[in-house]
Write a protein that binds this ligand. Structure first.
Ligand SMILES: [Zn+2]
Length: 413
């Protein structure tokens, strides 16, 4: 058992008892002998973040080929370098990405990349929740479709190393992946009671090309393929028309909003407030660092709020509590995980923040401070499933993880 003494929660000072991996009691003065009692005087407790769309191992591409046109950037800067990656490199890159995510308060991330076994190994060792997907992309080549289906079946068959690793399937997009592969991966996901992830309606070009090829818009198209349901998570969804928004809301599918990436690649701005009004379950993601250039959900919240106000032309849009919710509890909810709230019975995924940090002063509206002024130095401790991932800003093995990453970058460049 673990006891948090004198911690600030919802405007009051409380003691919080954690039994194994759940909050068991929240009260005024809990006096129980435990072997782990933390004095939280001057600290507040908050739920942790879910990064609902990323490509963790792209860490080495931070700052590479900036300010280029999308295809020029992919062809000359990104793809040739990705082609050099080995499984061992993916392991070290994943560890470095997870280090940054822990330091910025994330305890669940949804990943789409290759050599998935290496990312699973890294996440398992570091104790973070990770939704790791095997990616389907066949470039409409029938042989490739069959190959991917076989690999995906084996991927799902292999047992996860722990309950914190959630295996699922993803498809890159409708413009790189055949209908057969998308439908089959969704079916396999359902049979395995797991989620399905895809890039969707990221750019106007994607929508225009889809209309020419299929006579329908992307979300309408995949809905007609029976892809949309409560276990489907769609990244981006910048350009949905009214019909597609209704389909998304009705199906209970999840949108992973990536505002930094959309702004940086000039893909457009998702009308967040409209989606919230239409009861679409929106969550937040950073996308890979190549288009962000950070994995911090703190800056993602701020950009989400600013972008939403701008696109709605309304300063009352994207209220801070809603922004915090899409970054925290909505993500856990999409996976059916009972976390993202500091309440008795909930899983103990939480962070402690330092109320004596200048960025959190004055403490009049903590959630607003977290959305608009906090940086990673405000977060002192991060716990996932009742276990510490970071104590007093120290993540186990952080020096070695950083050193390996630096070495690897020298090797690649
Ligand atoms: Zn992406």
């Amino acid at each position: 058992m673990m006891l948090l003494k004198n911690v600030f929660l919802n405007g009051q000072i409380h003691d919080i008892l954690i039994d194994k991996n759940r909050f068991s009691k929240i009260g005024d003065a809990i006096n129980i002998e435990t072997n782990d009692t933390i004095d939280c005087t001057g600290k507040a407790i908050l739920p942790t973040f879910c990064n609902m769309h990323t490509h963790a191992s792209m860490m080495f591409l931070r700052g590479v080929g900036e300010d280029l046109e999308l295809f020029d950037w992919l062809e000359h800067e990104i793809w040739p370098r990705e082609a050099k990656l080995t499984p061992e490199m993916i392991y070290h890159l994943s560890r470095f990405a997870i280090l940054e995510m822990i330091k910025t308060g994330t305890t669940l991330f949804l990943d789409m990349y290759f050599y998935t076994d290496q990312t699973i190994k890294a996440a398992d060792e570091m104790g973070i929740r990770a939704a790791i997907t095997y990616v389907g992309m066949d470039n409409f080549n029938v042989d490739e479709t069959q190959k991917r289906i076989e690999i995906a079946a084996n991927f799902l068959k292999e047992k996860s190393p722990s309950e914190l690793i959630l295996k699922g399937l993803s498809c890159h997009s409708i413009y790189t992946t055949s209908e057969e592969l998308i439908r089959t991966f969704k079916q396999m996901s359902l049979q395995n009671q797991t989620y399905f992830h895809i890039h969707m309606s990221e750019t106007k070009k994607e929508v225009e090309d889809c209309l020419i090829k299929h006579g329908k818009r992307p979300v309408a198209l995949i809905d007609d393929w029976d892809i949309l349901d409560s276990k489907t998570i769609m990244a981006h969804c910048v350009h949905l028309d009214e019909d597609e928004r209704l389909r998304t809301a009705k199906s209970l599918a999840t949108v992973a909003h990536c505002p930094s990436s959309n702004l940086k690649l000039n893909s457009g701005q998702m009308p967040l407030q409209d989606y919230l009004n239409q009861k679409i379950r929106v969550t937040l993601g950073t996308d890979g660092v190549s288009s962000n250039n950070s994995l911090s959900m703190l800056s993602e919240m701020k950009i989400a709020a600013l972008s939403a106000k701008n696109v709605a032309n309304d300063s009352t849009a994207a209220k801070v509590n809603n922004i915090f919710k899409i970054a925290t509890s909505n993500g856990f909810e999409a996976f059916g995980i009972q976390a993202g709230k500091i309440e008795e019975g909930y899983l103990a995924d939480f962070m402690l923040v330092d109320l004596n940090n200048c960025a959190l002063m004055p403490n009049i509206n903590l959630i607003s401070n977290m959305v608009y002024s906090a940086d990673s130095s405000c977060i002192t401790d991060v716990f996932c499933n009742g276990k510490a991932l970071m104590r007093d800003r120290y993540v186990p093995h952080q020096e070695e993880i950083t050193e390996q990453f630096q070495k690897l970058c020298q090797q690649i460049f």
